[in-house]
Design a protein around this ligand. Structure first.
Ligand code: ITT
Length: 200
């Protein structure tokens, strides 16, 4: 058995990752089991850099291989914003509601057909002898009215045309099937299965 720690403090992500990331022989631990490990600065220039930093910092603190998720929303008409700044779009301590409000203000002058956006997720496994990362991307449109009570973050305004629903209108199972995170962590599960012998 290999113990691995999830390098995120975001409970909403944890729920989705625990649902998606399943590798026989790997036991997932939560960061909360290790007490206070201090600040985790996310000052990288890409989802990949931020995911690598989070995983390395958590590895140093726990001495356990770590899995990180860095993710966000890129909106075409905003030149790819909020991107890596998705969690703090409306300010350092912004709530999900604050960020959605700001996003709606920024896109409301465009017709819905022009409000194209992608959610991206980099799922990364870090061990000094083995680093793996996989990306998941999903395309949608930004609504100016919020629909649904599920999910988190920008989910109530992220509309999937092929399903005719927002992410917040999906069950946990459905969201994990279609989402950037679901795609990235299924790929990471496969990659780790293929490489597990390198660290055991
Ligand atoms: P950790 O760094 O502890 O993992 P975080 O929330 O700060 O948690 P990120 O820096 O990766 O994580 O920021 C991700 C933000 O992007 C998140 O807070 C949401 O605002 C948004 N986001 C990412 N995935 C999302 C999803 O599936 N649904 C809605 N919003 C999402």
């Amino acid at each position: 058995m290999i113990d691995v720690v999830l390098a995120t403090r975001n409970e909403d992500k944890i729920r989705e990752i625990e649902h998606t990331f399943k590798v026989e022989g790997v036991v997932l631990h939560r960061l909360s089991e290790f007490g206070d490990i201090g600040e985790i600065n996310e000052d990288g220039n890409s989802f990949y850099e931020n995911a690598l930093r989070k995983a390395q910092i958590v590895f140093e603190a726990t001495k356990m291989p770590a899995i990180a998720d860095d993710s966000g929303l890129e909106v075409d008409v905003l030149g790819g914003k909020p991107g890596i700044f998705s969690s703090r779009y409306a300010g350092r301590n912004a709530s999900y509601a604050d960020n959605i409000h700001k996003l709606i203000q920024e896109v409301k002058h465009y017709p819905v057909s022009q409000r194209k956006a992608v959610f991206k997720c980099v799922a990364l496994f870090y061990h000094p002898d083995l680093t793996l990362h996989e990306e998941g991307i999903v395309e949608g449109l930004i609504l100016t009215n919020q629909l649904g009570k599920g999910g988190f973050g920008y989910d109530p305004v992220f509309f999937l045309p092929e399903l005719g629903k927002t992410f917040a209108e999906l069950s946990l199972e459905e969201k994990c099937e279609y989402s950037h995170r679901g795609i990235a962590f299924r790929r990471l599960s496969e990659a780790l299965k293929q490489n597990l012998d390198k660290i055991s």
